[in-house]
Design a protein around this ligand. Structure first.
Ligand code: ATP
Ligand code: PRP
Length: 211
């Protein structure tokens, strides 16, 4: 019997863009992942199973080897830290930018700035590297509200079209990183299941090149 591969996918926005890439690499879920209540999904290849997780849980599953491979945004990977993960492939999907944003000139306010974000690790690293002292406030969503409500001076959030910022009177102020989704692989799986993983990555790369 060939070795089993478990691939962790991020629910939500990334899932819609990931499924066609997997299909082009010959892997299609038997049940619709958006509708099924199953947590482990069979695919058109008996040795490949999918697990559909919250985006932020994908690196954790792959780090501990509970999944061999996973698809996650670079933002989520940077925040996680990337321990025990290989990142062999940029899938080029869910592109956006990680930015510091706020009211115009808010970054020049005197004193210690308060920065609201879901990405506290990235934010601390970014400001520390520049020797700027800040206080972070952890939020789980709707970051754009924080400056409006007076909770924070700045936010660190994802920006795509810029419409959410604009609709709330905010502007992008500083660029932290370009973001897209990546395929990550558990380090031990890469050694122990080298052949099936290499073959899968090669098929995926081929289908990306044809896009
Ligand atoms: P969770 O529900 O676990 O908090 P989430 O709501 O952040 O996750 P999504 O909104 O589906 O999940 O975003 C998943 C990923 O999609 C992000 O990690 C990022 O890489 C990318 N992404 C988020 N917002 C955008 C956007 N506006 N444009 C393009 N890509 C985005
Ligand atoms: C993301 C992000 C911004 C918005 C940016 O939120 O957190 O709020 O997209 O996109 P834009 O620049 O095109 O307006 P999302 O829509 O995923 O909602 P969320 O806050 O529930 O994650």
């Amino acid at each position: 019997m060939s070795e089993q591969l478990i691939i962790a996918l991020s629910k939500g926005r990334i899932l819609n863009d990931t499924l066609p890439l997997l299909a082009a690499a010959g892997i299609e879920p038997v049940d619709d992942p958006e509708r099924s209540r199953k947590l482990v999904l069979d695919t058109s290849r008996p040795e490949v199973k999918l697990v559909v997780l919250r985006a932020t849980d994908v690196p954790t599953y792959v780090q501990y080897g509970a999944a061999d491979l996973g698809v996650a945004g670079k933002d989520v990977l940077m925040e996680h830290g990337g321990a025990d993960l290989y990142e062999p492939l940029d899938l080029g999907i869910a592109r956006c930018r990680l930015m510091v944003a706020g009211f115009p000139e808010a970054q020049h306010r005197p004193g210690t700035l308060r920065v609201a974000t879901k990405f506290v690790n990235i934010t601390r690293r970014y400001f520390a590297e520049q020797g700027r002292q800040i206080e972070t406030i952890k939020l789980y969503g709707s970051m754009e509200l924080a400056p409006i409500a007076g909770l924070a001076d700045l936010i660190v959030d994802l920006v795509d079209t810029g419409r959410t910022l604009e609709a709330n009177g905010l502007v992008p102020l500083e660029h932290i990183a370009d973001i897209s989704s990546r395929m990550v692989v558990n380090r031990a799986s890469m050694k122990l299941k080298h052949r099936p993983i290499k073959e899968f990555l090669a098929r995926l790369q081929q289908s990306l090149a044809q896009d």
